[in-house]
Design a protein around this ligand. Structure first.
Ligand SMILES: NC(=O)c1ccc[n+]([C@@H]2O[C@H](COP(=O)([O-])OP(=O)(O)OC[C@H]3O[C@@H](n4cnc5c(N)ncnc54)[C@H](OP(=O)(O)O)[C@@H]3O)[C@@H](O)[C@H]2O)c1
Length: 299
């Protein structure tokens, strides 16, 4: 029998959720994972092979049914991704189900920069996470939020900063503005540490690296062995104007969400004021240079 309480993970088939499950298993914690109906056998077999107990369901299922899925888990981690029906309504439903099941703690799918410092309209996907916090206000569960800045994977991929073919790294804002960055793997390790720490409370902030865009550029060059021309696209205020311009041209906000994420960071508005890394010295985050060394396309 494990020394740890059972942990229920929603979003276990996802990028971050899968690594959270692995980090929990590495610590010897018993894990029950929610998988949606129709999840492929390969994913289910991989989870089962790791020793995970699987339960079928959806966080938008009726709370009674979802409570049965949570079962005897004491801690519920949400690593789901989706629209407001998932992030706001679905997570509120999951909280109700966890209360019904008698769970004690809930870690929401926040995993971002300091969303507590942002205002409505700064980033619509972050707005949903703050709406989710409002929706669960008054819950009897202890809510612990894990924040990690931006994933290394996102900074070197989805954000669209690096163009390996053109040999450029393009950025907005002050090149000396510090940014909080963490790999998916280290975010998962911190999340597992928080989940297994009965004294963890409130909002905890972690970063694998705190570096400016200038330092990010140097680290990417060192890690990849490539020379990239640093292109300055404009100030943080110019970026805000560009976001408004793009918003006027499209009905799909996902067209410019990467720019909203960048603005929150390069403006300094969502910068962490302090870090909680020291609380978990057993987690030694990967330097960005090493991450890039292992993932950049070969020259
Ligand atoms: N800080 C950063 O740079 C950064 C970057 C990316 C993501 N994140 C955050 O990390 C978290 C996880 O994102 P991710 O990229 O790992 O997401 P992902 O890979 O898209 O995975 C999402 C997971 O949620 C599950 N899911 C979606 N809707 C569900 C529902 N109604 N019921 C149950 N499960 C549902 C999916 O299940 P299926 O497999 O069945 O679809 C999948 O397991 C999010 O909060 C996201 O914002 C942060």
């Amino acid at each position: 029998m494990s020394a740890f309480p059972k942990i229920f993970v929603a979003g276990a088939t996802g990028l971050l959720g899968g690594q959270i499950v692995q980090a929990l298993l590495d610590q010897g914690a018993p894990v029950r994972a929610l998988v949606r109906r129709g999840t492929g056998e390969e994913k289910k077999t991989a989870l089962r092979g790791g020793g995970v107990e699987l339960v079928e369901g959806d966080i938008t299922d009726p709370a009674g049914q979802l409570a049965e899925a949570v079962g005897d888990a004491a801690i519920v981690i949400s690593a789901v991704q989706g629209g407001p029906e998932v992030i706001v309504d679905g997570q509120a439903n999951l909280v109700r189900a966890a209360e019904k099941a008698g769970a004690q703690r809930f870690i929401p799918s926040d995993f971002a920069f300091d969303l507590t410092k942002l205002d409505d309209g700064d980033n619509f996907m972050i707005d949903w996470r703050r709406q989710a916090a409002t929706a669960r206000a008054g819950t009897s569960l202890e809510v612990v939020s894990v924040l990690n800045g931006a994933f290394y994977e996102v900074m070197t991929g989805f954000m669209g900063l690096i163009d390996w073919q053109q040999g450029t790294l393009s950025h907005w804002g002050d090149p000396d503005q510090p940014l909080d960055l963490t790999s998916v793997n280290d975010t998962a390790a911190y999340t597992a540490a928080v989940a297994l720490d009965p004294a963890a409370t409130g909002t905890l902030r972690f970063a694998g690296e705190v570096m400016s865009m200038r330092q990010f550029h140097e680290a990417v060059e060192r890690g990849s062995g490539r020379t990239l021309r640093l292109r300055h696209l404009g100030t943080a205020d110019d970026l805000r104007v560009e976001i408004a311009r793009q918003a006027a041209l499209t009905r799909n906000p996902f067209d410019y969400v990467a720019l909203q994420y960048q603005w929150c960071m390069v403006s300094g508005k969502a910068k962490f004021d302090s870090l909680d890394n020291a609380r978990y010295p057993q987690v030694t985050p990967l330097p960005l240079t090493d991450f890039v060394h292992g993932t950049a396309p070969t020259p």
